[in-house]
Design a protein around this ligand. Sequence first.
Ligand SMILES: [Zn+2]
Length: 173
Amino acid sequence: MRDKLRKRYQVQKEVTRNGCFEGEIPLAEARRLAELLHGGESDSTDGQIAIRFEFLRNEYDIPTIKGRLETSLELECQRCLRAMEWPLKLDFKLMIDASDDIVGHSDEDTIYSHDGYIDIMELIEDELLLAIPLVATHEDRACNKNWQLADKKSETPARENPFAVLQQLKTTD
Ligand SMILES: [Zn+2]
């Protein structure tokens, strides 16, 4: 049985009762994400982030949050500057307040609580910001015809003249 989402979770309490949560959060609440989406803060943030997660202890007995989030972001294609739908499924497993020593020995990363509480929105935003490609482009390379032309033009002068080296040898001799 999974509980409805809240904004904040008291880590020790949820780990002890192995709290499980499931629900949806409007994308519009991910404010740090808004500027990376197509059209800034306009209607590209209509969507939802579906999320489910649970609190547990990992093999080092460290409080851990484990879950999956699913959403679809509308990014801006850097080739044609038009909207680009980017569906995303993301599994995460993060320790909470693990020491540097433990983090060094583990494959898992840690997040830090605020006085024993974590904010799920903060976690979601961090995960999404890490996942978004730095340069998003449509799979179809022809989405911007002008761009292709520009590509071809720039190839020509890049080709080196094989005689340039010989020319140099001549003059230094
Ligand atoms: Zn494009």
